[in-house]
Design a protein around this ligand. Structure first.
Ligand SMILES: *[C@@H]1O[C@H](CO)[C@@H](O)[C@H](O)[C@H]1NC(C)=O
Ligand SMILES: *[C@@H]1O[C@H](CO)[C@@H](O)[C@H](O)[C@H]1NC(C)=O
Ligand SMILES: *[C@@H]1O[C@H](CO)[C@@H](O)[C@H](O)[C@H]1NC(C)=O
Ligand SMILES: *[C@@H]1O[C@H](CO)[C@@H](O)[C@H](O)[C@H]1NC(C)=O
Ligand SMILES: *[C@@H]1O[C@H](CO)[C@@H](O)[C@H](O)[C@H]1NC(C)=O
Ligand SMILES: *[C@@H]1O[C@H](CO)[C@@H](O)[C@H](O)[C@H]1NC(C)=O
Length: 379
């Protein structure tokens, strides 16, 4: 009897264990795969419309890519305090609400690449104690409005610990001044594959520990003096400047000189001229001496020369006209020489009469008696 009860108990325990083991596996959300050993949850291309709610607590890495999640909100992630890596790439996310990632207190790495962000709340990226180190927003900003939104979110987010920011492939034409000034520890900034045409004084203000700046594949034709000063301010940073359509005219001179003198480590071998045609694809570095002296027959120089020539021509013409007028004047004087003599004598006589008149009046004015009479008459 006792043995029977014992047997039933053992059987129950066995069955319970058997039934509960799959229960543990069932903790993994629908359409996802959970790997206990690597503490990883992946939900890849499974048509999810929202971040799954039942991510197991042991997870450190959550990868949710290729789904159709439109919005991330404050309740998208539960208290997953040990999650360090979150990938949300290629999900067609359009909106990041306020405090979207706040519950993820250990979040170091956030990948939002390949989305269509149109609305980013100013506090979307705020997490207590700012644990975020790595933020990937490659190909994720929908238009210029999203960039302004992002600039605000970077300011309000308190991302003091951020080391790496990827903003490549976002068709950015202009960076708001001071956009990175609230990221004091930024080490690597990726701005490749955008449409940037200029760097301004203040573009990188507040960034003092940068080690790598990637400006590959933008629309720079040259860098003006203020841009070069801004880059120089970054110190001995690695700067990638390849695949830009550099215009190798006289205006590139300052840039070439800067390349030679700068503390920055530039990928000089990747810098190629896009224009003029005869220099197309030649290394900026190789032609440097010629370009610096502006000995290259570049368009700008030719135009400047032509301008000088027209100015000189007009001066010569003016001189000729003035000379001709002077000659005519002298000739007329010569023809009238007898009349002139008579006229001069008449003038002299007239002048003498006038001078005598003055002399006479001066003597009257200087006679004190006459002066007193006139004052008394006046009074
Ligand atoms: C997070 O990790 C700590 C220590 O490693 C552990 O005590 C805690 O239970 C974990 N949290 C969760 C939600 O698993
Ligand atoms: C988590 O992100 C860090 C970068 O912050 C990276 O070095 C690491 O490999 C990532 N881990 C996983 C499992 O993806
Ligand atoms: C950001 O994500 C893109 C696309 O997933 C990837 O190619 C790129 O290497 C990532 N950037 C960084 C800095 O890891
Ligand atoms: C960006 O897209 C949003 C949503 O389509 C739109 O409301 C906004 O006006 C756009 N901004 C610009 C500058 O085009
Ligand atoms: C830039 O775009 C080119 C072509 O589309 C691609 O091959 C390259 O990987 C991109 N680079 C970055 C850093 O995104
Ligand atoms: C580069 O600098 C060196 C000395 O620092 C100088 O001799 C050389 O002419 C410079 N080249 C250019 C292109 O400025």
């Amino acid at each position: 009897r006792y043995g029977y009860e014992m047997c039933v108990f053992v059987l129950r325990v066995f069955l319970a264990t058997l039934l509960c083991a799959p229960c543990w596996c069932l903790e993994c959300p629908d359409g996802c795969e959970c790997f206990v050993s690597t503490r990883t949850v992946t939900c890849i291309s499974t048509d999810l419309r929202a971040v799954p709610q039942s991510v197991p607590g042991y997870a450190r890495t959550v990868i949710i890519t290729g789904n159709r999640i439109h919005r991330i909100g404050p309740d998208s992630f539960a208290e997953l305090t040990n999650v360090t890596n979150v990938s949300l790439g290629n999900n067609r996310i359009t909106a990041l609400d306020s405090h979207s990632f706040s519950p993820l207190l250990s979040l170091h790495f956030l990948d939002l690449s390949g989305n269509r962000l149109t609305l980013i709340h100013p506090e979307a990226l705020s997490i207590p104690a700012s644990p975020l180190q790595d933020l990937n927003l490659s190909r994720s900003l929908y238009n210029a409005t999203s960039l302004t939104d992002l600039a605000t979110a970077l300011r309000w987010g308190g991302l003091r610990g951020l080391l790496r920011l990827d903003l490549s492939g976002n068709r950015l034409a202009l960076l708001p001044p001071g956009m990175f000034s609230h990221l004091p520890n930024l080490r690597q900034l990726f701005l490749a594959n955008n449409s940037l045409v200029a760097i301004y004084g203040g573009t990188f203000s507040g960034v003092s520990h940068l080690q790598m700046l990637d400006l590959t594949g933008n629309a720079f034709t040259a860098f003006r003096t203020d841009a070069l000063q801004e880059l120089e301010r970054l110190g001995s940073v690695q700067v990638l400047l390849g695949q830009n359509p550099y215009a190798c005219s006289c205006e590139i001179r300052n840039f070439v000189v800067w390349l030679n003198e700068s503390r920055a480590q530039v990928d000089v071998d990747a810098l190629r001229c896009a224009s003029p045609k005869e220099l197309s694809n030649s290394r900026l570095w190789g032609i440097s001496t010629l370009a610096v002296g502006c000995a290259v027959p570049v368009q700008a120089q030719a135009e400047a020369g032509a301008g000088d020539l027209t100015l000189q021509t007009s001066y010569v013409f003016l001189g000729l006209v003035l000379g001709f007028v002077g000659m005519v004047f002298l000739f007329v004087l010569y023809l009238n020489r007898h009349g002139m003599k008579k006229w001069i004598i008449e003038m002299r006589d007239a002048c003498r009469d006038v001078m005598e008149g003055y002399h006479y009046r001066f003597e009257i004015d200087s006679d004190p008696r006459l002066g007193r009479i006139s004052v008394q008459n006046g009074g």
